[in-house]
Ligand binder design. Sequence first.
Ligand code: NAD
Length: 350
Amino acid sequence: MVSRPARLNPPMQSVRLLDPASGLDGVIAIHSTAIGPGAGGCRFWHYADIGAALDDACRLAEGMSYKNAMAGLPFGGAKAVLRRPEGEFDRVALFQAFGRAVEELGGTYVTAEDVGTSVADMQAVASQTRHVAGLDVAEGAAGGDPSPWTALGVFEAMQAAARQSLGAELSDLTVAVQGTGNVGAALCRRLADAGARLVIADIDPRRRNTLAAVLNANVVDVADIAAVEADIFAPCALGGALDPQSVAAMQARLVCGAANNQLATPDVAELLRTRGIVYVPDYVANAGGIISVSAEYLGEDRASVAARVDQIGGRVAQILDQAKREDRSPALVADEMAEAIIGEAERQAA
Ligand code: NAD
């Protein structure tokens, strides 16, 4: 069986962001608003040109449609991708300019943190628009930095998948974590608490070395992390970690991580399946952050965030069960579930 080359329709809207005064240069891609406004974080990263940023924004926005639908959130899918200026720039001015662009969309797009952005950046955005979450929130309120919730959801997903597909507890397993940033580091701490052995890699020596010392983790080169001897591979850096080369070299029997768009191309899901490697669809495992963002934006409480994140493990087990029964990739099974939810919303809106 082969995977379909594409999923839902291409983004229905993309908005070019350009403000030379502040250095803002990027794009907002809105993939689907069938269920509600497009919600998805703002990535601030190095891109060779605007075409590369647009490609990434479109792929990420599509993934957000699936993620939000699957998590039962009242949002469609969208994403902002901003090119990080080379050299000096005024960070607050840049994110304020981005905030004005979000405001101009009148609530069609709701933003938050992603790779390269922080709570402070979202505070700058919030000075221009209310269509933003991931802000400083009062003690005990829902919201703030979404990363801890993402890490918790990935941990729950990994635990459920390890029990179901490896018949083992995390305390008996070794996990190779690629990327020890906000989510990766929080995930490593949870895994260490659960008694898992850790192998980690990050291009940033400060991030990996401090963590390795605290958690007694082995550090390997970034080029080797996907192929090290481990039971589970957890991609927690950027997208595309799973390609024909990394899958061919992988020793792990389970993949479960935080990164968005882990499959370099959709057909890699089938390569994983034929190698007997169980893949937990990224957008199912990593929904914790957007669940928190959604609750903050909608004024819900922390208990509702915790309850939704708590459902991730069960959802993963259900998808893996069905994939096993039908001898199909979990990626295909999850995509069909999400498409059914979005399709139903489209029918009701028509
Ligand atoms: P982050 O920027 O804090 O961390 C990313 C880390 O990956 C950094 O430490 C970076 O140095 C490292 N890295 C980059 N390229 C690498 C490589 N080739 N090999 C090893 N390490 C590399 O970002 P984050 O918020 O932790 O997000 C990590 C991933 O999870 C991203 O793909 C993001 O889209 C996804 N995600 C994050 C959230 C969230 O709540 N932050 C939610 C859902 C999905």
